[in-house]
Design a protein around this ligand. Sequence first.
Ligand SMILES: O=C[C@H](O)COP(=O)(O)O
Length: 261
Amino acid sequence: MTERLPLMAGNWKMNLDHLEAIQHTQKLAFSLADKDYEAVEVAVLVPFTDLRSVQTLVDGDKLKLKYGSQDISQHDGGAYTGEVSGPMLAKLKVAYAVIGHSERRQYHGENEEIVNAKVKAAYRNGITPILCIGEPLEVRKAGTHVEYTLAQLDGALDGVPASDAESVVVAYEPVWAIGTGEVATPEDAQEVCGAIRARLAELYGAELADKVRVLYGGSVKSSSAAGLMAKPDVDGGLIGGASLDADEFVKIVRYREQAVG
Ligand SMILES: O=C[C@H](O)COP(=O)(O)O
């Protein structure tokens, strides 16, 4: 089995202006040591207006912190008012773009076709997608959460070749656990993350599936991270609210020091 480097990615959502972003990034940079980065890849996924500030800090101070955007346009340029393109993001050297977050699906009408086009736009521009999938509460209650989530995965990766898909990061985020304080149990997370890897194996082969990092997201805190990370198919976290507190985020990065709750 491949040794997958865990990824802890902080999704700031629509929080922290560019001045606050500088402060927050400096605090993370000060707190995180080389040994943290050796054990875990650490990324911040920031509002578009923060990207240039974060890039300047990362480049200037040669930080090992990775950064990315929370969205990407499906188009590479043109008359698309308000959109930010892959080439623009690539110029800012973003490593990642979050694609298909449930908040974008819910509030911005992003369907499978758009998510798929955005995944392709990211790859076209050398950016790694963090592809978010996961079921709403009613689907969980109906017990069809695995099928629902795998259908989202199939749709998002439709027509994506293995040479691209091998680097994808998939984030399983059950909508009922996002921002609610209701974290999925490690067993819930493993059930779906394991099914995602199995589907990747069906689509692209076991070797590729073994390399892909599958994250869990939804109310992750330092008190729950170790338990989630103990599961074999959970390779990291997509962390919203808790990533806005630098000390708490650093504790999550150091989940190995926390008790498995
Ligand atoms: O992208 C992050 C997820 O939406 C989780 O957010 P949360 O940790 O605030 O629940």
